[in-house]
Design a protein around this ligand. Structure first.
Ligand SMILES: [Zn+2]
Length: 135
């Protein structure tokens, strides 16, 4: 996923990094959903392969079905590996971007309270610009 590699040294524009982080998070979410769909499809194909095996000796056409199914699984495995690599690369990119944002943001901290259940809330201190949250 080298096309997403950004030059994190050359720019100090916080808006650029905030926008990029936002879009990278969206891409990461889509990659994870895509991986999950591939995983489900692979499971389904695997089940079909088992069904074919049990009928193999009775019907010659089933052997061809097994070959097609095995090929599908092979293609899905390759695609899943690629997606896993892309997810890893995207997570690394996001780490770099977050470090850069931390470094260049002129933090504007505000206090807020978040509800942890209907009766209790916890005070948090976060930056309004980059959303960095203190301890
Ligand atoms: Zn900040």
């Amino acid at each position: 996923m080298n096309c997403y590699n950004i030059n994190i040294i050359s720019s100090n524009n916080i808006d650029y990094f905030l926008f990029t982080r936002n879009k990278f998070l969206s891409i990461l979410q889509n990659l994870k959903e895509s991986l999950n769909s591939h995983y489900e499809l692979r499971e389904y194909n695997g089940g079909f392969l088992d069904v074919c095996k049990t009928k193999k000796n009775k019907d010659k056409e089933k052997e061809e079905e097994i070959i097609i199914c095995k090929n599908n699984i092979f293609i899905l495995d390759k695609e899943m590996n690629r997606l896993e690599e892309d997810i890893k690369a995207m997570e690394e990119q996001l780490l770099s971007i977050n470090k850069k944002i931390q470094h260049i943001c002129v933090h504007d901290f505000v206090e807020d309270y978040i509800d942890i259940d209907p009766d209790r809330s916890v005070k948090i201190v976060y930056c309004q610009v980059c959303e960095y949250t203190k301890g």
